[in-house]
Design a protein around this ligand. Structure first.
Ligand SMILES: NC(=O)c1ccc[n+]([C@@H]2O[C@H](COP(=O)([O-])OP(=O)(O)OC[C@H]3O[C@@H](n4cnc5c(N)ncnc54)[C@H](O)[C@@H]3O)[C@@H](O)[C@H]2O)c1
Length: 426
């Protein structure tokens, strides 16, 4: 249940560095618990948008931003000036991969250097970005101690993984918050802070365990969804509907956890975090066969989807409509989205591709800018194939099934009653 904005006010000022899919909802959670929040983001356009009451996240409306601004406890800037006035600084910057598929800690390290220049005695720093075990103690501590202060004595440092699920309206504060600090004093300081905001705080023995916990969660999902995707490819050959089999298996009261296949796993977390773990594993002379296999399957998926689309069409000048470009339902995030990869590959093979996704009004592919088209019966009929790649809740899938020549439904989005021979599942 959402806690109200009128909860007893907690004293203190929290700077949140990185106001993206994680940092902005977190800022709102701290404000809701009574803290004064100073948002910091290097993207001046985001800061200007927030200051004029505009949201760039699908999970927060302009009204939400206006409410946040009206509390008088939220402000944001594109500089780090607010750090010196803060009791706590929470880091929520991106942790992407380099071109070579290795962890890119540039954003985290840059933020840490900025903090080191401004650190005050007794400040608490918390890293929330997803990363490999050892980031906080091996990478952050040396940078922050360049300030001349000692961790656990002069300042406190903890790691607490963000577990937000964009597109899901669940109140962030009801998701248990895992954390581990560098030493007891850091752990206690971070636990005291987060207990004021979150319903449940799960304290673990170290920052490394907390870092590993997040990566464990995402690696489990990466491997299991990839397994489903591999089995979906097998089921095509066996002429078995995998969705029907998964629903039947799900009737088992114990020992089976449901995962579903799809066009490939996207987003900034699930396909990225396991590679952070694999990097760390290799540093200690270990390699995870599971992670490598899951990644290979994931990389195969856009190509496999394209082959399925081609098998369904019989045209010299094929036209395909993609429904859903975001990496998952109900979000405006296309990072690592398989749907975008499918679109690019189809275009490279000479297919005329249009897309529909109200969350992504425009997309640049090379030098071309494409705009989302509206879904009308006439338009749906005009394509040789409609490929449902993301299952946003607002889309009328029955309309698509009724009017499309052929549908490849990779998300099991078309309602059962509308499944006719023109609807083919992944
Ligand atoms: N998106 C999710 O669903 C999700 C869920 C859980 C955890 N995470 C993790 O949280 C972290 C942030 O992810 P996100 O999705 O919010 O990313 P994001 O790209 O949406 O937001 C990050 C923000 O940080 C800003 N930024 C980058 N470097 C900066 C710096 N040095 N100083 C100040 N601002 C800086 C960027 O401008 C951006 O606005 C990542 O480690 C991610 O893996 C993400």
């Amino acid at each position: 249940m959402a806690k109200s904005l009128t909860k007893e006010l907690c004293k203190g000022t929290v700077s949140i560095v990185g106001l993206g899919y994680v940092g902005l909802p977190l800022a709102r959670a701290f404000v809701s618990s009574g803290y004064v929040v100073k948002g910091i983001d290097l993207d001046a356009r985001k800061i200007a948008g927030l200051n004029s009451g505009k949201s760039y996240l699908s999970d927060m409306s302009d009204k939400d931003i206006e409410e946040l601004n009206q509390t008088g406890r939220f402000s944001c800037q594109a500089t780090y000036d607010a750090v010196s006035q803060s009791d706590t600084v929470v880091i929520c910057v991106p942790t992407p991969l380099t071109e070579a598929g290795l962890p890119d800690l540039t954003h985290v390290e840059r933020a840490a250097k900025e903090l080191a220049d401004r650190l005050r005695k007794n400040q608490l720093i918390v890293l929330e970005s997803s990363t490999f075990p050892g980031t906080t103690d091996e990478h952050l501590v040396p940078i922050l101690e360049q300030s001349g202060f000692k961790v656990g004595v002069d300042f406190f440092l903890a790691y607490s993984p963000e577990r937000i699920n964009p597109g899901d309206p669940t109140d962030l504060r009801s998701i248990p918050k895992v954390l581990g600090g560098i030493g007891e004093a850091s752990t206690n300081a971070a636990a005291a802070l987060y207990r004021n905001v979150f319903d449940e705080v799960v304290v673990v023995s170290s920052t490394r365990v907390a870092e590993f916990t997040k990566i464990l969660e995402n690696t489990q999902r990466f491997i299991n969804v990839s397994l489903c995707n591999e089995l979906a490819m097998l089921c095509e050959r066996l002429d078995i509907n995998i969705w029907e089999a998964i629903a039947a298996a799900d009737t088992k009261p114990y020992g089976f956890t449901v995962y579903h296949p799809g066009p490939g796993i996207g987003g900034h977390c699930i396909p990225v975090d396991p590679l952070y773990l694999e990097f760390k594993a290799q540093q200690v002379g270990f390699s995870s066969g599971f992670i490598r296999t899951a990644q290979e399957i994931n990389q195969k998926m856009p190509g496999y989807i394209i082959e399925r689309i081609f098998k369904l069409m019989d045209s010299d000048q094929p036209k395909v409509l993609i429904v859903g470009l975001a990496y998952k339902k109900n979000v405006n995030d296309i990072r690592e989205s398989s749907a975008v990869a499918v679109m690019e590959k189809l275009r490279a093979r000479g297919v005329e591709v249009s897309y529909h996704d109200r969350y992504i009004p425009e997309i640049r592919i090379g030098s071309t800018v494409l705009s989302s088209v509206e879904l009308t019966s006439d338009r749906i009929q005009a394509f040789d194939c409609v490929a449902i790649l993301t299952d946003h809740d607002y889309v009328d899938y029955a309309l698509i099934a009724r009017h499309a020549r052929i549908v490849l439904d990779t998300r099991h989005a078309v309602p059962e009653r509308e499944v006719h021979p023109n609807v083919v599942y992944l």
